[in-house]
Design a protein around this ligand. Structure first.
Ligand SMILES: NC(=O)c1ccc[n+]([C@@H]2O[C@H](COP(=O)([O-])OP(=O)(O)OC[C@H]3O[C@@H](n4cnc5c(N)ncnc54)[C@H](OP(=O)(O)O)[C@@H]3O)[C@@H](O)[C@H]2O)c1
Length: 316
């Protein structure tokens, strides 16, 4: 059982501009204070920094905190051969060390190549790591709905992490029903469209050179879908203004965007990133909001279909 609003620990690791250790730890502590018991990270976030910060947090808190990490992005080039037993063993050992634990709660393959999903031998290796006690469960983080559907054909895939937010609605079409049938956990990542759905960004907003919203705006470093969900910046801002008109009194854009995700039963949790405690506190309060009305849901769908879907629906 994980908190429906959980915590995404990419930004406190790296690739989002400077985040001080103090702010990162304060954000993590705030998450636990607000009832978060699940944190998503990866070995490559700040080259282990994110995992080490979580280990630090766990030392200071007595609550049970479940940690999902990822492996695969240390490869210089994504190939199926790269997901060999020796490589996986070495990445797992590094994560165990960084997280200061004997067993990883949940290991996710980190957006591997699509063809990997037709290679049962890779999943058999993961089964061996479970038997050896190195990992408790495994899952996948995927780019595309098609990959998600194929991943859950493997019987021991426990979770799928996928981009799902007001700007990425396709997972709700078919994948969610299948995931529920198979009792697979769904982690909704990039729930705020990299901050765009917080409503704070402007056409002239700027980002630090080491923030992916600057250096990956066109997919220069990794899949462009991870940055603003792959939505054109100006078009996204226009859609945000339309969504803003739907906000119930006293609800912030971030809370609305997260509450929208929680309207879907198949979602186990949303994992918003947060760099400061105030952001985390605001995001966690989304759980306290009443359900959105059917009219509001229909409006978000209309805005998506009119403005966003032509750019993204067929791609991911
Ligand atoms: N391939 C993968 O597996 C993969 C890829 C991407 C993400 N993820 C996971 O998903 C998690 C979430 O996605 P994400 O971090 O990319 O994007 P996100 O959650 O959509 O956006 C997070 C960013 O929005 C801003 N923000 C958050 N709450 C806010 C608030 N209340 N008010 C104002 N600004 C706020 C912060 O950045 P600023 O303050 O700088 O604007 C924060 O870093 C990641 O942390 C990671 O764990 C996984």
């Amino acid at each position: 059982m994980v908190s429906e609003i959980s915590f995404g620990a990419w930004a406190i690791g790296g690739a989002w501009g400077v985040v001080s250790e103090r702010d990162a730890l304060a954000a993590l502590h705030q998450a636990v204070d607000a009832g978060v018991n699940f944190i998503d990270t990866a070995d490559v976030y700040g080259d282990g920094r994110s995992e080490r910060l979580i280990a630090h947090l766990k030392k200071e808190r007595k609550q049970e905190i479940v940690v999902a990490t990822k492996a695969g992005r240390r490869l210089p080039r994504q190939t199926i051969e790269g997901y060999a037993r020796e490589n996986l063993a070495s990445w797992i050992n590094d994560s165990l060390r960084n997280l200061a634990t004997d067993t990883l709660d949940l290991l996710q393959l980190h957006c591997p190549p699509t063809e990997l999903y037709s290679r049962p031998e890779v999943f058999a290796i993961l089964d061996d790591f479970v038997r050896a006690g190195k990992i408790r469960y495994y899952g996948v983080s995927v780019e595309k709905v098609e990959e998600a559907l194929r991943a859950i054909e493997h019987p021991n895939v426990q979770t799928v992490q996928i981009i799902f937010n007001c700007f990425r609605q396709r997972p709700a079409d078919l994948f969610f029903a299948r995931a529920r049938q198979r009792q697979v956990g769904v982690l909704a990542r990039v729930p705020l469209a990299s901050g765009m759905l917080t409503g704070k960004l402007r056409p002239d907003s700027t980002f630090a050179a080491d923030d992916h919203r600057n250096f990956n705006r066109h997919g220069e470093a990794f899949d462009v879908g991870e940055t603003f969900s792959g939505v054109d910046y100006r078009l996204g801002l226009e859609a945000v203004e339309e969504i803003r008109r739907l906000l119930p009194v006293g609800t912030s854009m971030s809370q609305f965007a997260l509450r929208w995700i929680l309207m879907f039963d198949a979602v186990s949790c949303a994992i918003p990133g947060g760099k400061r405690p105030e952001q985390v506190a605001e995001n966690c309060r989304a759980s306290d909001l009443p359900p959105l009305t059917p009219e509001t849901m229909a409006e978000v769908e209309r805005i998506y279909k009119q403005k966003i879907s032509p750019q993204v629906h067929h791609r991911w």
